[in-house]
Design a protein around this ligand. Structure first.
Ligand code: UD1
Ligand code: UDP
Length: 372
């Protein structure tokens, strides 16, 4: 009998980062992949399922407008309980720091099924930043039997917390596997991505972290407006996350500027196209911090702390937080000083070589033993 891996997919980054692992599992004799989607981010998920040729076996349909962390957590756990009653599973695979990752690990534990955690060991060591992601990742790690940190730094965090060495394998980040896969796919960019006149520069923005809702976001939006006013050659493209706490404020403060282009979240292939076309990015996204160095695009990180210090050390990332002075200072340097720009783009990507999924599946096979 083949060994059955159950993959829990909740939000956008989990779909992107587990798609290459699922592909690799499906191509491996002796393994079967069962895919559960929580039903979160349905509008964002549909394109990504299509891009990566995925059809979830179970859809928990948990999403409700303005859901709270309490309510969505309760529905995810309840939905997973039903799936575990129906499926025979040898290993649960979760990814990253989302609530679905933590609850997928918890559901595995409640069912006495071992858990593998992809993108394990990243830490800010600040319980509330990012919130609730820092604790989601820690809790998933506490429940996991196999840990796949992307870097040596992430591995060292796990070792420091007492995880046994034999349970850990450094793999690189699977987002690079996904990125290299997606870059090969044919694609016609959508009209949401603005045309640039000669000499114009595109700045791509994303922000959706819960700790930035409210006043911190207002400071960021003030800085963005000031940036396009100071630099007439800058066009800003801002795919706005559907979380209503983000959407409402963005529209009010940035909706009326001729060189600020607000749009719905872009499909993955469109977003990669926009990244390639951009001069630099301003973002609080984790995945973007990992992808951009491969495309040689600097990222000004709209957060006070990052769990991705390797990118800071390689120069590819710079922390600017939500302080308008810092944001404008760093953006101005990139737009006016070629040396500052070169310093952020010269080093290789510390997050992986595109082979993380193969390493993960090989280790899982060894862990589960031969098909019985
Ligand atoms: C979630 C993750 C976050 C991850 C992010 C990736 C948690 C707690 N948060 O944040 O770690 O970085 O996804 O994008 O796991 N909404 C929609 N449509 C969507 C998505 C969201 O309408 O496609 C709205 C809904 O009103 C929903 C709210 O946004 O109630 C919050 O969505 P939710 O999935 O709970 O959290 P995110 O902020 O998207
Ligand atoms: N992304 C996308 N469309 C967008 C914005 C982001 O496809 O409009 C991709 C991006 O390339 C990255 C992932 O979504 O791979 C990051 O997701 P998100 O920022 O939601 O989550 P995080 O990485 O912060 O957990």
């Amino acid at each position: 009998m083949a060994k059955r891996l159950l993959f829990v997919l909740g939000t956008r980054p989990e779909i992107i980062k587990l798609a290459p692992v699922i592909r690799c599992a499906r191509a491996t004799p002796g393994l079967e992949a069962v895919v559960v989607h929580t039903g979160q981010h349905r509008e964002l998920a549909a394109e990504m399922f299509q891009v990566f040729d995925l059809r979830p076996d179970h859809d928990l349909a948990v999403m409700e407008p303005d859901q709270t962390l309490f309510s969505v957590s309760a529905r995810i756990l309840d939905g997973l309980a039903r799936v575990f009653q129906q499926e025979t599973v040898d290993l649960v695979v979760v990814q990253g720091d989302t609530t679905s990752a933590f609850l997928g690990a918890l559901a595995g534990y409640y069912s006495h099924i071992p858990v593998a955690h992809v993108e394990a060991g990243l830490r800010t060591n600040d319980k509330f930043s990012p919130f609730p992601e820092e604790m989601n990742r820690r809790l998933a790690g506490t429940l996991a039997d196999l840990h796949f940190p992307p870097t040596a730094r992430a591995r060292a965090n796990l070792v420091r917390e007492g995880v046994a060495d034999r349970r850990i394998l450094v793999t690189g980040n699977t987002v690079i596997d996904a990125l290299l896969w997606a870059l090969e796919l044919p694609h016609t960019p959508s009209a949401a991505i603005p045309d640039l006149k000669p000499g114009e520069r595109l700045v791509l923005v994303t922000t959706h972290r819960r700790e930035s809702f409210g006043e911190p976001h207002l400071r960021v939006f003030r800085a963005l407006r000031e940036l396009v006013d100071r630099f007439p050659e800058v066009r800003l493209l801002f795919p706005v996350h559907p979380n209503p706490n983000v959407r409402a404020q963005v529209g009010t403060h940035l909706g009326d500027h001729p060189r600020i282009h607000l749009c719905a979240p872009l499909g993955y292939l469109d977003f990669l196209h926009a990244m390639k076309r951009s001069f630099f990015l301003l973002s609080d996204s984790g995945g973007v911090q990992e992808e951009a160095p491969t495309l040689k695009k600097p990222v000004l990180v709209l957060r006070d702390v990052t769990e991705r210090p390797e990118g800071l050390e390689s120069g590819a990332l710079q922390l600017v937080g939500t302080d308008p002075e810092k944001i404008l200072g760093a953006a101005t340097a990139l737009l006016t000083d070629p040396a500052a720009y070169a310093a952020m783009t010269k080093n290789p990507n510390p997050y992986g070589d595109g082979k993380a999924s193969e390493r993960i599946i090989e280790r899982i096979l060894a862990f589960l033993g031969p098909p019985g």
